[in-house]
Write a protein that binds this ligand. Structure first.
Ligand SMILES: Cc1cc2nc3c(=O)[nH]c(=O)nc-3n(C[C@H](O)[C@H](O)[C@H](O)COP(=O)(O)O)c2cc1C
Length: 224
């Protein structure tokens, strides 16, 4: 699989098969992803990988702490503006349509939200940890690392879903993992084999066209 294929094939999978993922495979993915770049080569990330009983423990922890609280680093800015508001809304509507859950059925939508904390059935969960005193640059670099993990995974036939829903569980996770005072869980990630029969996994989210987000200046007009 080349890089372009990996970029296109990595999608957020929200229904996994229960087939286990051995530690050796998770290690192998991280072994490659660690070559992600970071400013000053700080490598400002730490990973906690959970499987088996530990995975079940964090799921139980989340259920016991619902609805949770993202604290001082909310998942989205308040009062999201256009075009982001519409993009977010459309993603949710497309996803719930595939799940067959209408907007009025709030309990069912909430039940689906809770599935984030069960890693959508994936056998492995990753948690990406950063130190609070790091600046916005280092958060961006952590994102590059996370994408590298997802791409290394898909190259091995393993699907993923990044799970910032876990931001709501930062405080209990901090305690549970015994993190240092300045450390925090930024985001989770489900890793495993996609359930190809699940309708939700047919979701293909929209993307803006290149001309909607890129300006080309100083080129010599070689298009076409
Ligand atoms: C940092 C990050 C956190 C995310 N958190 C969640 C999440 O908690 N639950 C979820 O279902 N999807 C989550 N997603 C998936 C996004 O909704 C998804 O990446 C986006 O809609 C694009 O779709 P695609 O990943 O299928 O290409 C997250 C994505 C990123 C990059």
């Amino acid at each position: 699989m080349n890089v372009g294929e990996a970029l296109r094939r990595r999608i957020s999978v929200r229904a996994f098969k229960s087939d286990p993922l051995p530690e050796s495979v998770v290690r192998d993915i991280l072994e490659v992803a660690r070559f992600a770049p970071s400013g000053g080569n700080l490598q400002p990330w730490k990973v906690v990988a959970v499987a088996g009983g530990e995975r079940r423990s964090v799921t139980a922890l989340a259920r016991a702490n619902l609805p949770g609280d993202a604290g001082d680093r909310p998942v989205y800015p308040a009062n999201l503006w256009e075009p982001y508001r519409t993009r977010r809304f459309k993603l949710g509507e497309d996803m719930y349509a595939l799940l067959g859950i209408p907007r009025e059925n709030r309990p069912a939508r909430l039940m689906h939200l809770v599935q984030n904390f069960d890693f959508f059935g994936a056998p492995v969960g990753l948690f990406f940890v950063i130190e609070r005193r790091m600046g916005h640059g280092q958060w961006a670099h952590l994102g590059m690392f996370m994408q590298s993990v997802a791409l290394a995974a898909i190259e091995r036939g393993i699907s993923s879903c990044m799970l910032e829903a876990w931001a709501l569980m930062r405080a209990p996770l901090h305690k549970h993992f015994g993190l240092a005072e300045d450390e925090m869980v930024y985001c989770g990630m489900a890793l495993g084999y996609a359930d190809e029969s699940a309708a939700v996994n047919t979701l293909r989210s929209d993307r803006a066209e290149v001309d909607e987000f890129a300006e080309f200046r100083g080129f010599s007009g070689d298009r076409g």
